[in-house]
Design a protein around this ligand. Structure first.
Ligand code: HEM
Ligand code: HEM
Ligand code: FES
Length: 343
């Protein structure tokens, strides 16, 4: 990671991102509350807050789930990925307001503990349609809590990126829980089916985006063309690699990024130490490979971040035969210097 990049651009980017999130949230709430108060003058403030925050949290969940595949399909969306965690934490706060007001409105007035009341709500009714929908919302909220609570890089380092990512994949379970929460809730409370219509469109959008991103990755990702008798992989003609950019090849479970810069070639692991971002989709800035996700930087020849940063990635040996670039897929230990190939 570079000193000036981390010190200046990173913070400015964060502030701008957070301002956009805050303006978006306030605009949605003002619009929703204004419109509903006008259309339904007898609605209570509590119900307005419950509905505005419930639908907003659901909308934010769709946006969060779309960012990953969108950024893969088109780099224009990469800035949205930089601080997706801020969007996640904001979602948790909005969803908590919805949950809290529901608990105050429907579960705090009786003799039972309000949480017990949420967990048993609806279960006294017969038939599948009366499946209790509120515990589903509570369970999703607990998942959002764990994601928000472990959101700092401190937890990423302590839990290891692998476990941390597994925790994050629970977002899809939370999404399924919320879909059921809304469908069963709307059916039981005999609400307008418009919400279910929007939800169907949202599901199609999310599934479609994930399929499109998966298809693109499968088509373009990194299939080795030739492997010679010693196990080296043919990367392809030098001309295929743009200056200050990389070509990515797959070597078993590993992906390798081969960078071309200043008349030289170097190869490093494609996996960023920060949050597994795709280094080969980044570019060389100030002589360093710069991760497209959050700007961590690595020197191409030894895979080390410039001082004082400690991150290191594996490096690989390269060879040039005519204009063909070849890579040895056996990774060298993180931070190993490899003399760049000159052409
Ligand atoms: C403690 C957790 C939760 C409880 C007790 C709860 C309870 C409820 C209740 C009682 C309703 C019907 C309200 C009405 O009469 O309009 C509702 C609706 C809804 N909930 Fe939740 N919920 C919880 C968590 C969540 C979460 C985490 C989300 C989304 C991220 C969510 C999204 C929605 C949506 C979109 C609706 C339909 C719109 C509305 O009528 O408010 N809920 N929820
Ligand atoms: C309630 C809070 C959060 C929500 C709702 C959320 C949402 C998501 C989603 C939807 C994914 C997986 C799908 C995809 O790649 O598009 C994901 C993965 C990820 N999230 Fe979060 N997130 C939250 C908190 C955080 C925090 C706090 C961080 C930062 C420390 C973070 C960083 C990441 C990373 C690095 C991935 C893996 C990306 C990948 O390899 O594709 N998230 N998160
Ligand atoms: S800088 Fe965050 S994943 Fe690379």
């Amino acid at each position: 990671m570079s000193v000036n990049y981390a010190g200046i651009l990173w913070n400015r980017q964060k502030k701008r991102y957070d301002t956009v999130i805050a303006i978006g949230i306030l605009s949605y709430l003002a619009l929703f509350i204004g419109l509903h108060a006008w259309l339904h003058p007898n609605i209570t403030t509590e119900t307005l807050i419950i509905r505005a925050t419930g639908t907003l949290a659901f909308l934010m969940l769709h946006i969060i789930l779309s960012i990953g595949p969108l950024a893969r399909l088109n780099p224009v969306f990469l800035p949205l990925l930089y601080n997706r965690r801020h969007l996640g934490v904001s979602l948790f706060i909005i969803a908590s307001v919805h949950g809290l007001f529901n608990i105050l409105q429907f579960h705090a007035g009786g003799n039972a503990n309000p949480l017990v009341s949420v967990l048993t709500a609806g279960s006294r009714f017969p038939g599948p349609i009366y499946f209790p929908f509120q515990p589903l919302g509570l369970l999703a909220l607990v998942i959002f809590f764990f994601m928000a609570a472990t959101s700092h890089d401190f937890w990423l380092k302590n839990l290891t990126p692998r476990i941390w990512k597994s925790v994050h994949m629970l977002i899809y379970m939370a999404y399924a829980l919320i879909v059921l929460h809304v469908v069963l809730g709307v059916i039981q409370l005999e609400k307008s089916p418009v919400l279910i219509g929007f939800m169907g469109l949202g599901m199609l959008l999310i599934i479609g985006l994930h399929l499109a991103a998966g298809w693109q990755a499968w088509r373009t990702d990194y299939k080795p063309i030739t492997i010679d008798t010693t196990g080296w992989i043919r990367v392809g003609p030098l001309q295929e690699i743009r200056n200050n950019r990389a070509k990515i090849v797959q070597a078993g479970d590993e992906t390798i990024a081969i960078f071309r810069y200043d008349g030289k070639l170097s190869a490093v692991s494609n996996v960023c130490r920060h949050q597994n971002g795709p280094l080969g989709e980044g570019k060389i800035i100030d002589g360093c490979i710069t991760c497209p996700w959050h700007g961590y930087q690595y020197r191409p020849e030894d895979g080390c971040s410039p001082p004082p940063f400690p991150e290191k990635v594996e490096t690989y040996e390269l060879a040039l035969s005519g204009s063909d670039v070849w890579v040895n897929p056996a990774p060298l230990p993180e931070g190993t210097y490899v003399e760049p190939i000159r052409y």
